[in-house]
Design a protein around this ligand. Structure first.
Ligand SMILES: C[S@@+](CC[C@H](N)C(=O)[O-])C[C@H]1O[C@@H](n2cnc3c(N)ncnc32)[C@H](O)[C@@H]1O
Length: 222
C-alpha cells in the first residue's frame, strides 16, 4: 500500500514539519518555518517525491521576500490603501507585511498548494487577512491590482525570464512592480531601478552564507 499522500492535507503536513519562528529582518512577523530540529530540513528530494510534496519553498523566508517586507515596514505608503499582489508568495511573508502596513486588499499568488496553505496558516498566526490564489497567472492581466511584489523569483532561468517579461507588461499597464533579489543567477543585469538594499540574515544551510546583500528593484513603467 503506498504511503498516504501529504498533498491530501497540506495544513497538517506544514504543522507537523515546521515550527513558528520570527523572520530575521522582520521579527514582528512569525512564520511556520523549517528549522534544524524539524525533519523537513534534512529531507532529500527522494523523500519529498515519495511523500508527494513539492520542494518546500514556503518553509523559509527567502532573502528577496525579507528585503521587500522590510522596505514595506520602512515605507508603508508603498502599500497602504492599495490592492497588493504578493507574486510567488511562498510563506506569504510579503502579503502579511503588506496587510500589516494597511493594504486595502492583499492577494498571495503561488502555483504551489502548500504555499497557499502555509500563507493562510501564517496570516492567522499574524492576525491579518490575506486572500490566496493558487494558479499560474504569468502572461495574464491582473485587473484591480495597484502593486505587485515579487520576492526571490530569479533562481531558475525559464521562470525568471517569463516573470520579468510579464512584469514589464504589467508595469507598462500602470501597475507598480517591485522585485526583491539577493543577486540570483537570472536577475537581469540592467533595466531595473534600485530602490533599497539590505543585508539579510539567512540560513547557512539554505544559502552558502549567513548574510546576503539583497536589493529591492522597481520595474520601470516605460
Ligand atoms: C524562492 S521562493 C520565494 C518565496 C517568497 N516570495 C519569499 O521571498 O520568501 C519562489 C516561489 O515561487 C513560486 N513559483 C514558481 N513558479 C511560479 C509561478 N509560475 N507562479 C507563481 N509562483 C511561482 C514557488 O512555488 C515558490 O513558492
Amino acid at each position: 500500500m503506498p504511503p498516504p499522500s501529504a498533498a491530501a492535507d497540506p495544513e497538517a503536513f506544514i504543522r507537523a514539519h515546521t515550527a513558528p519562528g520570527p523572520v530575521p529582518l522582520r521579527p514582528d512577523i512569525i512564520l511556520w518555518q523549517a528549522t534544524e530540529i524539524t525533519p523537513i530540513w534534512h529531507a532529500t528530494a527522494d523523500w519529498l517525491e515519495h511523500h508527494a510534496v513539492p520542494p518546500p519553498f514556503w518553509a523559509f523566508p527567502w532573502a528577496g521576500g525579507q528585503a521587500i517586507s522590510r522596505l514595506i515596514a520602512d515605507e508603508p505608503s508603498l502599500v497602504a490603501g492599495k490592492r497588493v499582489v504578493d507574486f510567488a508568495a511562498g510563506s506569504g511573508l510579503i502579503a502579511i507585511a503588506a496587510a500589516k502596513a494597511g493594504a486595502a486588499q492583499v492577494t498571495a499568488l503561488d502555483i504551489d498548494p502548500f504555499a497557499g496553505a502555509a500563507t493562510l496558516l501564517n496570516a492567522a498566526l499574524n492576525k491579518v487577512r490575506v486572500r490566496t490564489l493558487v494558479a499560474d497567472m504569468i502572461g495574464q492581466k491582473l485587473p484591480g491590482t495597484d502593486i505587485i511584489l515579487a520576492g526571490d523569483v530569479c533562481y531558475e532561468q525559464a521562470f525568471a525570464e517569463a516573470a520579468l517579461a510579464w512584469f514589464r507588461d504589467l508595469a507598462r499597464a500602470g501597475i507598480t512592480v517591485l522585485v526583491g533579489d539577493p543577486g540570483r543567477a537570472y536577475l537581469p543585469s540592467q533595466g531595473l531601478c534600485r530602490l533599497a538594499s539590505y543585508d539579510v540574515p539567512t540560513s547557512l544551510e539554505l544559502e552558502d552564507r549567513d548574510v546576503r546583500h539583497t536589493d529591492v528593484w522597481r520595474v520601470p513603467m516605460d
